[in-house]
Ligand binder design. Sequence first.
Ligand SMILES: [Zn+2]
Length: 262
Amino acid sequence: MVERMGVNASGARHTRARAAWAAVLMTAAGCSATMHEPKVAVPGPGIVHEVRPGENLYRIGKAYGISDRELARINNLQNPDRVAVGQRIFIPGGQRVLPVNVITPKRAIVDAPEAHEFPHGEGVFIWPLASGTLTSTFGPRGQSFHDGIDISGAPGTAVHAARDGHVIYSDTLRGYGNVVIVEHEGGYATVYAHNEENLVHAGDRIRQGDTIARLGNSGRTSGPNLHFEVRKDNIARNPIYFLPAGHAVARETAQHAEDDAT
Ligand SMILES: [Zn+2]
């Protein structure tokens, strides 16, 4: 693996952006300094993401709203399953480096939590919407995995914090649109995506039930809906297990949100 940028002489002859990009490709592809110019088209504006511990191409792609396959193709990766810490990945269209570990779960567990895994007390989590329709469930979705549930509702509907906590992320992300992530006691976090508008900021302390966003259609969605996740120790769990039963959110048998990014 080539460790540093700029070792390839052919890259230096291009414009600055082109040179940097070519070097990234060289590094990512692990080619030797004698290799000629990469046969990959320069895809335009973007940023370089340096892989951090615990990240993989799937998670990086998910955070930036681009598939891991596409990232592998663009970066000319021979083995997309084995990106190394410190490796530089070009993110087409990326505008700033994102905290992948905050934005994406490490992995997901489909099984129901064991009794001891639930936080103590009644009503620890509440539904983030007063009413709505559950349009997509947690679990495998084609080649991908749906890390949360989707609840459709009228645009502008108040999105409530499921539990007391503090906001660790409130911003726009490709795919997710406007997204808020709230950290709670005991290693829990909840995620609220596709918002029309976020009403809180990173660092804010919030109470259960506070209105933190307005339901919307931002990001990659097939209609106005809230994408909601529950994570424990940054592992995505099925939110249904943590939410009280008998709520006004109706279940819809047909899943028509298959093309949602998140
Ligand atoms: Zn979703």
